[in-house]
Design a protein around this ligand. Structure first.
Ligand SMILES: [Zn+2]
Length: 158
């Protein structure tokens, strides 16, 4: 099993404007392209799982993302892979009192002091990680011991 952590790779965080003009199919296609590139660099030939983080204020709809994934993946290295979507809460930061708040309903005002606050989380859409098999690994049915080490390395450096 191969685990690659994308958490610290800012190149994979899509700007909000870009996400809004693209439909979910385009988003999934872009996600698949990014992962395919990364997978090829590491001799991964089959993807087993993809995890996306989607902020609650991001325009992309999770149901539509899942549908797009089902439509686009057959016949590719993603065939049969599972898609996990984590919905990230909207977080406000108040410029006046500095409080950070997680909001249930969309609001732009600080619940602590009612000042107009800045949205600091909730608009994101990025690949958290993907899992896959390296070339030939599927034949043996045995996992690779190196996977976890690699994930740690990527999270720490690169
Ligand atoms: Zn405040």
């Amino acid at each position: 099993m191969y685990l690659m952590v994308f958490d610290l790779c800012p190149g994979l965080r899509y700007p909000r404007e870009w996400v809004i003009v693209m439909h979910e199919v385009g988003i999934i296609q872009a996600v698949m392209d990014e992962i395919t590139k990364a997978a090829e660099d590491h001799n991964i030939t089959k993807i087993n799982k993809v995890k996306l983080v989607v902020g609650k204020m991001n325009g992309a709809l999770p149901d539509a993302l899942e549908m797009a994934f089902e439509i686009l993946t057959p016949g590719t290295m993603f065939d049969g892979a599972s898609l996990e979507i984590e919905r990230r809460d909207v977080v406000l930061q108040c410029p006046k009192c500095g409080a950070e708040s997680t909001v249930k309903d969309i609001t732009f005002f600080c619940p602590e002091c009612d000042a107009r606050a800045k949205i600091v989380a909730g608009r994101e859409l990025y690949i958290d990680y993907f899992e896959g098999d390296e070339e030939g690994e599927g034949d043996t049915g045995e996992g690779s011991d190196g996977a976890e080490d690699f994930a740690r390395q990527s999270a720490g450096g690169a």
